[in-house]
Design a protein around this ligand. Structure first.
Ligand code: TRP
Ligand code: ZN
Length: 887
């Protein structure tokens, strides 16, 4: 454990480093339990740092063997070096060389940070502070060095040896059983981007010719025998490379680009320079084992890590407070890529669903934090939805606000000006301020103020004066450490729709409270607590369509009537707002019903206007099937809980949602049946988005039909399960069947597991699906599955599937008897000793505990307090607990 445990790091304490490291030469001899690392650092005083400062290199649990300064051995005493730091009190005043030898045991590394074993391979993970678990280093992102890495290993143990950059030398060692490779990365980089891999891996090779004619060798390394499952990932990689050239003018810069897929990985993937390392779930796919969603996820993550080469690697972060500089921007870029490759409208809806589920929920509870935090205790805990997803929303807002041309110019300026440096949010924003000629100071508050603003809109049409009055107000509730909030700059993309559904042109309209530019661009820059807008010259009533495309990450509360929402759902030219209208209509009814259920009453009959509005979408032959599937998918229980905000009873929410599914299933039965039973095309499975959209509609219709007609639904599900030639249909059928207790579902579950027993990624689906069953027996089932040989507490994917799946099961995790909370606390305690990063992630399940009704709240708090009683908790878990329990 590190000695700086628990001490907060403050943004305001930032100082440039006192020393710079120009080159890092590593000589690594791989061994399963005794890997030897020799590091040679070329260090010099930083002219921008303090003169005559001591040199303090970071370590984390290292075993130092020897240290040489300018070639002379130094005595290895605690003054010089401990497991957690290497200190030279009076280092040379000029450039000098420091060499250190450390000994590592990769097999004992269960944290999956630093050098560890996954399957039969050696691999590394250094972001954020894992390099210091390999050797002593100034482990901070503003120290950029050129790395040369020699890797040596037993040929049979590690026939493949990979590093960052280009391979400049390779061959046999004097001992014929051993071999080596030397990799050189000419681009200076921070040590968090270092990587090496060794092992018996198969390679899927390809090449890519950049716009300027440079040929890049591409390799995707997977477990032996699995290259066929990397074909889609390779295709996604080549499309990503082309897209970054055309959309952002960014070319790849090395002769090789390698990706390695490993089975044990804490997160999705990692953008190490020239050597991305991936969780294999974001590489491996075949129609038999991967769903359409898996394919889409692979495309996104491949793109994300590739795009980091410019936004993250060529331009990196000055310090970890600037994490969103690379993550938010790169998420924005991968979202745009997927939007261009697929249906833009449907992609936006899916992204907003994720944003609301993950980020809005985070923002609404005790873990709320700024997109740019100003303090942290454990940086690993800041790889959050707020940094990633809200970070991406800020970039999107910026583009709405200043327009595409200025946005593109700002991006180009950013790449030109900051290439090769470690930058800040201020550097980034000033590029856009210059390009657009606008003052972005107030806009910058999005980075420094946490919480989801609520945007309240009330509208009134005045027939006498032919005008529409729109009153806007914004308010942001307090978040931890930020009791009072200022107004945000909220870009509101807007349009008008008349009662017959026709768009109303804005050019014939005069307006009070809107600038000429706002009226022309259709984007209101709402930057005050309140504003009144009066639109004149409307000869008939109109419905305002606000926040089109979800132009800002706010919670919109409107007073639009059911009829207005139905108009938008049927006719808005903006698909996002059509979908949003359906969600708003459903949410209103769901929240009413939840209140009814809490009073012990039954759900009210569904309003006929609601079913009619849904039916119209379902029966529209012109509609994009993927869009229809999105409309038919009701807001989730976690979303409803967040909307409720307090005194949440998850059982009531679940019952209300099921009642609506039943009502819709019955009312729309004939249409649903038609879609659910639609014959499959004869064509072989393709993950292309049009095909995926058709499957999504068929399967969503099946699920809703089964809610209204369980026996018919079950029969259809069983038939589809048996006939399916792809995982998407098969898993969807199984999920539908799983909602009906009985031997039928148990039999299907057993058959499913038997067919895929040797596919760990499919086992994860099997585990997650069972953990998601909304029945009181689920907790026992989960406990039982933990003893199944397919489960392991050592593999994050298994834990995320089973335990994470259970934690996402709102009604069961939040059981009224507190057994779900106690279970999770137990897991966190066990896991913390093995993998603190994953243990801390699991604790996220408690992020809304304070909004529960009082019985559950008391039980959740008791479970959390029980964890705090454990001595020697990791910083990761300690930090989250402190914040969850703070007043
Ligand atoms: N930088 C990676 C990404 O978003 C994610 C990442 C950060 C990560 N820290 C990690 C992955 C630790 C695995 C383990 O692309
Ligand atoms: Zn990233």
């Amino acid at each position: 454990m590190r000695t700086d445990q628990g001490q907060p790091i403050l943004l305001s304490d930032y100082r440039p480093p006192d020393h710079l490291i120009e080159t890092v030469e590593l000589d690594i001899v791989l061994h399963r339990t005794a890997t030897r690392v020799r590091s040679r650092l070329r260090i010099r005083p930083n002219p921008a740092g303090r003169a005559d400062a001591p040199l303090r290199l970071d370590g984390d649990g290292l075993v130092p063997h020897a240290v040489w300064l300018e070639g002379t051995a130094l005595p290895v005493t605690a003054d010089l070096v401990t497991p957690d730091r290497l200190m030279l009190a009076t280092p040379p005043r000029h450039a000098f060389t420091l060499e250190v030898e450390t000994l590592l045991d990769p097999s004992a590394n269960t944290q999956l940070m630093g050098l560890y074993r996954s399957g039969s391979a050696y691999c590394t993970q250094c972001e954020a502070e894992g390099f210091r678990r390999i050797t002593y280093m100034l482990d901070r992102p503003d120290v950029l060095a050129v790395y040369t890495t020699r890797i040596e290993a037993d040929r049979r143990d590690a026939p493949v040896l990979l590093g960052n950059g280009n391979c400049i030398e390779a061959g046999p060692c004097p001992d014929p059983d051993r071999h080596y490779a030397v990799w050189h990365d000419p681009f200076p980089k921070p040590c968090y981007l270092f990587a090496l891999v060794g092992g018996a891996l198969d390679c899927l090779s390809d090449s890519f010719t950049t716009a300027s004619g440079r040929i890049v060798e591409l390799g995707i390394y997977v477990e032996p025998g699995k290259t066929a499952q990397a074909v889609y990932a390779m295709d996604a990689l080549k499309r990503s490379m082309r897209w970054d050239e055309t959309a952002f003018g960014r070319e790849y810069d090395l002769d090789v680009f390698n990706i390695v897929a490993v089975s044990d990985f804490n997160m999705g993937a990692m953008e190490n320079k020239g050597l991305n390392v991936f969780n294999d779930k974001y590489i491996l796919a075949s129609p038999r084992t991967a769903t359409d969603g898996d394919y889409a996820g692979i495309e996104t993550v491949i793109a994300h890590e590739y795009f980091h080469n410019w936004t993250g690697n060529r331009i990196t972060c000055r310090d970890w407070f600037q994490l969103c500089l690379k993550e938010g921007l790169t998420v924005f870029r991968d979202q745009e890529f997927s939007a261009d490759e697929r249906s833009r409208a449907v992609k936006r809806i899916a992204d907003v669903r994720t944003l609301r589920l993950r980020q809005f929920t985070e923002d609404a509870g005790p873990l709320a934090h700024n997109v740019r935090p100003n303090r942290y205790v454990e940086i690993n805990n800041f790889y959050t939805a707020t940094i990633y997803e809200k970070g991406a929303e800020i970039i999107r807002m910026l583009r709405h606000l200043i327009g595409r041309t200025a946005f593109d110019q700002g991006m180009t300026l950013y790449f030109d000006r900051h290439d090769g440096t470690a930058a800040t949010i201020e550097h980034f924003l000033s590029c856009f301020a210059e390009a657009s000629g606008r003052d972005l100071t107030a806009f910058g508050r999005w980075y420094d103020q946490a919480g989801t603003p609520e945007l309240r809109v009330s509208t009134q049409f005045d027939a006498a004066s032919n005008s529409l009055v729109i009153d806007l107000a914004q308010i942001t509730a307090p978040t931890p450490g930020q009791p009072s909030k200022g107004p945000m700059v909220i870009p509101i993309d807007f349009g008008l729709v008349d009662r017959n559904g026709a768009p109303v042109r804005l050019d014939g309209i005069t307006a009070d409270g809107l600038s000429e530019a706002e009226l022309r661009s259709g984007v209101i820059a709402f930057d005050t607590p309140q504003r009144r807008i009066v639109l004149r010259g409307l000869d008939h009533p109109v419905v305002p369509s606000l926040l089109r495309g979800f132009s800002a990450p706010v919670r919109l509360v409107t007073d639009l009537s059911e009829a207005d929402l139905a108009t938008l759902l049927a006719h808005d030219s903006d698909s996002f707002n059509r979908w949003q209208a359906a969600q708003t209509l459903a949410t209103r009814v769901l929240l009413d019903d939840t209140a009814r259920m809490r009073r012990g009453e039954a759900a009210a009959p569904l309003p006929p206007s609601l079913t009619a509005a849904f039916a119209a979408v379902l029966d529209d032959p012109q509609a994009d099937p993927a869009f229809v599937a999105q409309v038919l998918t009701l807001p989730g229980e976690a979303d409803l809980a967040r909307d409720l905000g307090q005194d949440v009873d998850p059982d009531a929410l679940h019952a209300a949602r099921e009642a609506m599914r039943l009502g819709l299933g019955r009312a729309l039965g004939n249409s649903l049946r038609r879609h659910a039973a639609a014959p499959e095309t004869a064509a072989p499975y393709s993950p292309a988005s049009a095909d995926a959209g058709r499957r999504a509609l068929r399967n969503t219709a099946l699920s809703l039909l089964a809610a209204g007609a369980p026996e018919e639904g079950q029969a259809l599900a069983e038939a589809r399960f048996a006939a399916a030639d792809n995982m998407t249909d098969q898993l969807a059928a199984l999920a539908t069947a799983c909602l009906v207790p009985g031997p039928g579902r148990e039999d299907m579950l057993a058959r499913f597991h038997a067919s895929f027993a040797d596919e760990p990624l499919v086992t994860d689906k099997w585990l997650a699906l069972q953990a998601s069953i909304p029945e009181p027996g689920t907790l026992d089932r989960v406990r039982h599955l933990m003893t199944h040989p397919a489960f392991s507490m050592g593999t994050p994917n298994r834990i995320y599937a089973l335990i994470g799946g259970f934690a996402a099961n709102q009604s069961q995790f939040n059981r009224r008897d507190g057994a779900g909370y106690a279970f999770l606390a137990e897991i966190v305690l066990v896991l913390d000793g093995k993998n603190p990063q994953v243990a801390a992630r699991m604790l996220n399940a408690f992020r809304l505990w304070r909004t529960m009704e009082s019985t559950r709240r008391t039980l959740a708090e008791a479970a959390l307090r029980r964890i705090t009683q454990q001595t020697s908790l990791s910083t990761d878990v300690g930090d989250i607990l402190t914040r969850l329990l703070a007043n």
